[in-house]
Design a protein around this ligand. Structure first.
Ligand SMILES: Nc1nc(=O)c2c([nH]1)NC[C@@H]1CN(c3ccc(C(=O)N[C@@H](CCC(=O)O)C(=O)O)cc3)C=[N+]21
Length: 283
């Protein structure tokens, strides 16, 4: 049976360490501050935003929430970002994705000051990631690396297959994995003979948003399987991209959904908000 990679437990540990750091910062007059802009009402985003505010409050990070209506114009959104860019009390800015279709995601992300880009989505941050310079990285990939680290799963020299090439998970995770000396393949909807490929993975990461896409026959015995998917089924329950019941007897380790990558994402966002806040003291 696969070891359960418990993101809930590990994220709690990380958050309580962060709480200490935040207390220290507060004594020096700095309250780490995260500004979140949520446009419209994407259901996944709402779960995320709710959990994020709860965690921020627990550890003493100030979270400013800006809910804008579905029909918000590009101009209004850019003005909001510009205002937060200028605000010296704001350390990190996060624009919740996806955005409604009248808004150009690329233009909006590019308008965030790269020094406040807590998601690591700006071209500057992405460039730094791929040249292996210190930078903020997208919180889901960062959280995945932290979870593997907590279970002492070393990626050095391992074959890592990432299914999904999104800007928020697949691509940045590939960069991080390469920086940690893994051998990485990114697979996607056009990949031929996907199953043969995923069966070669020592570490298989699935981030496509298709419930139960990965079955036991797509997994090498003993492999570590990271399930980034999170879809709400007709039954109201959350489902991952991995058929956990089928894969559990085959895999060496597996992240549950919920309670795996999700909580790690939030802890990582907090960690990076705190890192950005530290710059106020140390430049
Ligand atoms: N700019 C931006 N950055 C993101 O990182 C980002 C985003 N936009 N848009 C939406 C997706 C989705 N996402 C989640 C993170 C954590 C949970 C989470 O906390 N999940 C928990 C709880 C789920 C529950 O109980 O409902 C779990 O998996 O255990 C969910 C979803 C981040 N995203």
């Amino acid at each position: 049976m696969a070891t359960r990679l418990d993101g809930k437990v590990v994220s709690k540990r990380i958050l309580s360490e962060l709480q200490q750091t935040v207390t220290g910062l507060a004594q020096q007059g700095v309250t780490p501050t995260l500004a979140v802009i949520l446009v419209g009402s994407d259901p996944a985003s709402q779960v995320y935003v709710r959990n994020k505010q709860r965690r921020a409050e627990e550890i003493g990070v100030r979270s400013l929430m800006f809910k804008l209506p579905e029909e918000t114009s590009q101009k209004t959104l850019l003005a909001k970002v510009a205002e937060l860019n200028q605000d010296p009390d704001v350390d990190g800015i996060l624009v919740q994705l996806p955005l409604p279709k009248q808004l150009d995601e690329r233009v909006v992300i590019n308008s965030i000051d790269p020094d406040k880009d807590v998601d690591g989505f700006s071209p500057v941050s992405v460039g730094r990631l791929w040249t292996n310079e210190p930078t903020v990285v997208a919180s889901t990939p960062y959280g995945i690396m932290a979870l593997l680290d907590a279970y002492q799963i070393d990626v050095t020299g391992k074959r890592v297959v990432i299914v999904g090439r999104s800007n928020i998970v697949g691509r940045p995770l590939a960069g991080l994995m390469v920086n940690h000396d893994a051998t990485v393949t990114i697979a996607h909807s056009k990949t031929r003979d996907l199953k043969a490929l995923t069966r070669e993975a020592d570490i298989l990461v699935v981030a496509i948003g298709v419930p139960h896409f990965i079955g036991a026959d797509a997994v090498k015995p003993g492999a570590t399987v990271i399930d980034v998917g999170i879809s709400r089924g007709a039954d109201g329950k959350l489902h991952g991209d991995v058929d956990a019941d089928a894969v559990e007897p085959v895999a060496g380790a597996l992240t549950p959904v919920p309670g795996g990558v999700g909580p790690m994402t939030i802890a990582s966002l907090m960690a990076q908000t705190v890192e950005l806040a530290k710059r106020r003291l140390h430049g």
